[in-house]
Design a protein around this ligand. Structure first.
Ligand SMILES: *[C@@H]1O[C@H](CO)[C@@H](O)[C@H](O)[C@H]1NC(C)=O
Ligand SMILES: *[C@@H]1O[C@H](CO)[C@@H](O)[C@H](O)[C@H]1NC(C)=O
Ligand SMILES: *[C@@H]1O[C@H](CO)[C@@H](O)[C@H](O)[C@H]1NC(C)=O
Ligand SMILES: *[C@@H]1O[C@H](CO)[C@@H](O)[C@H](O)[C@H]1NC(C)=O
Ligand SMILES: *[C@@H]1O[C@H](CO)[C@@H](O)[C@H](O)[C@H]1NC(C)=O
Ligand SMILES: *[C@@H]1O[C@H](CO)[C@@H](O)[C@H](O)[C@H]1NC(C)=O
Length: 484
């Protein structure tokens, strides 16, 4: 019942399905050292990009000779998207240095090319991995009224930088692009701030789907402006740092595509999309597991068993019998109500809409959080014993749900994790916490509600039976002082 087993099974099944639909593989072009690929772009438009699946041999340099570009195009953005590995894409045959201003190194790379009268536009690709890599070659043409993505580059190596830089760490994914410049038909060629607005979009894949076909399908669905707006979710910019940067909360194992769109007047142009699994499947496979070892699985199992045991009436009794003397009841209740208030606060933070940027400010966040927490705790104090029933019901069922969540790889654990990141990770206040929601998340939430209701009602029944046996009143006598 381990998540990795289910994950492996899903990957195996998707591979079986992929091999049944074999058509794609036969379309793959194999490039080895010294090979030249003629790219014929007779009819290329910004709404229908040229795409070609390729496989590049280990330790090789191959050439793309681009010809027959339609004359209506003003510039082309060439892209290569590599599955899991890095390659170098260069303008020149011998400029593969990582710091060169004529080449770009990475998994999702792209170069700008102005359409000139040249008959052939050559591009060079170097794969210095010891493996053959799977890749996708893309060309998108834009006309002279489109803004130029990365045309006002100030920080990246190449003169014009239409690509996206992504840094992934344990908690955050940082996405950077460079400002866009005005269209080539525009006489005023300034790089003033905010002249060409740039918006960012992102899209999640299914969790732990590391298959090559899903990777390329996701990239292909985020190449053109129309597709990006249809398939992606727009994210707001932060007021604090540059509008060219976005920070996202990292959801380990969920692939995601990030792409920016520059708009000027009626015309838009898309940057080169970037991709992250929020972990490193090749460099550090353990980073993609949420239960990497035996001990974490063991703790998870303990949590699950404890949650199940708490469903039994015998154990529910205990909570009520603790409350023997008055000061202890009060402290016990205050603690449990504050905990519940904190938990509800975490749920609100986890599910707060991305536009709720007010929470980015640390002061406002804490004022909101503490007020909310105290408010819930106060309401719960008024509910007396029922508050502890609610607290018990929610937490004991959450123990079951949390361990299931770890095993099946859904995102409910981030209710707590995102809060912990918010208070411990520097800069996380600016992170976009929009999370993937899949069918299994919704099933888990429904199961949680059912378990909590069952637990609550069961406690209620026991409480009334007990109460009636003791003094036939609704509230046991030791609780009376609270009512005065
Ligand atoms: C380029 O493609 C067009 C249409 O697809 C075709 O007519 C033409 O012969 C091709 N040219 C070359 C050099 O392959
Ligand atoms: C590809 O382009 C390069 C540079 O223009 C040229 O030297 C080479 O001959 C071309 N190769 C083919 C097969 O057309
Ligand atoms: C375009 O392709 C045709 C062949 O269909 C070829 O004769 C012509 O030279 C090509 N033009 C360019 C600019 O490469
Ligand atoms: C690709 O390059 C990035 C940045 O240079 C690096 O962090 C990553 O580990 C590389 N990936 C592989 C598979 O080597
Ligand atoms: C690119 O780098 C070379 C050598 O490092 C330098 O001479 C040239 O000016 C640079 N070009 C740009 C556009 O920065
Ligand atoms: C945008 O399109 C509308 C209608 O198609 C047109 O009226 C308007 O002038 C265009 N604006 C620019 C800046 O081209």
């Amino acid at each position: 019942m381990s998540r990795t087993f289910i994950g492996d099974l899903l990957i195996f099944l998707s591979l079986v399905v992929a091999s049944l639909a074999e058509k794609k593989l036969t379309n793959t072009l194999f490039l080895d050292d010294g090979s030249v690929f003629q790219v014929n772009l007779t009819s290329l438009h910004d709404y229908s990009p040229y795409t070609k699946r390729i496989a590049i041999e280990a330790n090789s340099i191959s050439t793309f000779n681009v010809t027959n570009v339609s004359s209506s195009a003003s510039f082309i953005i060439f892209q290569i998207h590599v599955y899991l590995y890095n390659i170098t894409l260069s303008y020149d045959k011998d400029n593969f240095d990582k710091n060169s201003n004529r080449s770009i190194f990475g998994s999702n790379v792209g170069l700008f090319s102005k359409v000139t009268t040249n008959i052939v536009t050559p591009l060079y690709v170097k794969n210095d991995n010891v493996h053959r890599v799977e890749a996708l070659f893309v060309a998108i043409a834009y006309h002279n009224r489109s803004p130029v993505p990365g045309g006002c580059n100030m920080e990246f190596n190449t003169e014009i930088a239409p690509y996206t830089m992504v840094q992934t760490d344990d908690t955050m994914i940082t996405v950077d692009v460079q400002p866009a410049s005005m269209p080539f038909n525009n006489v005023r060629h300034s790089c003033e701030k905010d002249v060409v607005p740039v918006e960012m979009y992102h899209m999640f894949l299914t969790g732990w789907d590391f298959s090559v076909d899903s990777y390329f399908a996701a990239i292909i669905s985020m190449l053109t402006v129309t597709d990006i707006m249809e398939n992606g979710m727009q994210v707001t910019s932060s007021t604090v740092f540059s509008p060219m940067r976005r920070v996202f909360s990292a959801y380990t194992g969920f692939g995601s595509v990030y792409v920016a769109v520059a708009t000027y007047g009626n015309y838009s142009a898309a940057y080169v999309p970037a991709f992250s699994y929020a972990c490193h499947p090749i460099v550090d496979p353990d980073s993609c597991k949420i239960l990497p070892d035996f001990s974490s699985n063991f703790i998870c199992a303990l949590c699950f068993i404890a949650g199940l045991l708490l469903l039994y009436p015998k154990f529910q009794f205990h909570v009520n019998t603790i409350q023997t003397t008055y000061p202890y009841i009060l402290i016990f209740r205050l603690m449990s109500n504050l905990t519940l208030g904190w938990f509800f606060g975490c749920v609100v933070y986890f599910s707060s809409p991305e536009s709720f940027t007010i929470l980015q400010n640390n002061w406002l966040f804490w004022i909101f959080f503490v007020t909310f927490n105290l408010g819930i705790a106060l309401i719960m104090m008024l509910l007396l014993d029922f508050a502890s029933f609610i607290t018990c019901a929610i937490f004991s069922s959450f123990m079951i749900i949390l361990s299931l969540d770890y095993w099946i790889g859904s995102t409910l654990k981030y209710i707590v994790i995102n809060f912990m990141r918010r208070i411990t990770v520097e800069g996380f206040n600016l992170a976009i916490i929009e999370h993937p929601t899949e069918a299994k998340d919704i099933c888990l939430i429904l199961l949680w509600i059912c378990l909590a209701l069952y637990h609550f009602l069961k406690q209620l029944v026991i409480y009334f039976i007990n109460g009636n046996r003791n003094d036939s009143s609704v509230f046991p006598s030791e609780n009376r002082p609270l009512l005065r």
